[in-house]
Design a protein around this ligand. Sequence first.
Ligand code: HEM
Length: 309
Amino acid sequence: MPDFQKLLPPPMRRPPKPGHANGNGATAYEDGEAPDRVPASPQTDDPGRRLSTGLKDAPADLVGWVDERMGATSFLTAMLMRKVPKGTNWFYTLGSATLFAFVVQAVTGVFLAMYYTPSPVEAYASITHLTNEVFLGEFVRGMHKWGASVMVILVFVHMARTFYFGAYKYPRELNWVIGVTLLILTMVMGFTGYLLPFDQRSYWATIVGVNINGTGPIVGPYLSDFLRAGPEFGATTLSRFYAIHMLLVPGAIIALIGAHLYLVVKLGTTAPPWLRADRKPKDARRQPVDAIANGSNGSNDSLGDGSVR
Ligand code: HEM
């Protein structure tokens, strides 16, 4: 047994292989106690071999140790081994693709934040330094910049998919509303991020954008005051945009994605419209009238719309 195993209390130690005797001559665990030593065998006699086996098993041991305390396996098994509803196709990957785009934005954004200075005097210089001098800086900045457009496109295509499949209908209206909020927040990310390089183009484009916001009814003027951090476009405007871009909106997006995915898992996905149109009359012939009236069609589609809970 490698030395680090000896440091663990018996219940946390890796049990010996079946058939191997423990130190008392009894088969492992036969005497009801976890063994202190793995018995000698030609293989385990070799300390180098024992150490390498122990090191190889260490990650699995650690995962098992954490899992025993968190019960993650049952959760992950339930999440990953769910039945895929009939008719699921590539269009159903658009939500996950959007999620991936968001994760890429978050990761690249963290690296950009390590070099960016949100001050009107230094912002442009810090971006120029990042782009021209920092190792892979231009690459990471490019990923973040193009990734923003990719995410906006994916959100729209995903929304179009859910719309055409009728996924906004009962009981998924709340998920649709959460989705609309995510769409707005994604665009707020694009708008607030655009100012951050603080060059001529981003400065003037943002003034135009803030003024357009100001023309909105009732809340418009308050909204543009909030964005400018006052009645004039000034030094604090950049800090305001930076805080919105990297704290406020990402936090809200993460919370809403959590709620969005919770509802997807709870309610299941909507079957494609062509599948539903085919199925209903056939099912109706096979089932008792009261089962149909109760919304049960004998499958795991308890919502009666082709979804699986
Ligand atoms: C950050 C943005 C978003 C992310 C990360 C996201 C993620 C997801 C994922 C992973 C799914 C399950 C798989 C799928 O059906 O594609 C899903 C489903 C859904 N999403 Fe989104 N989504 C986002 C934005 C939106 C928007 C803008 C809308 C609509 C306004 C929306 C409405 C829905 C609906 C209604 C479902 C359920 C689909 C069904 O029942 O078949 N989502 N979303």
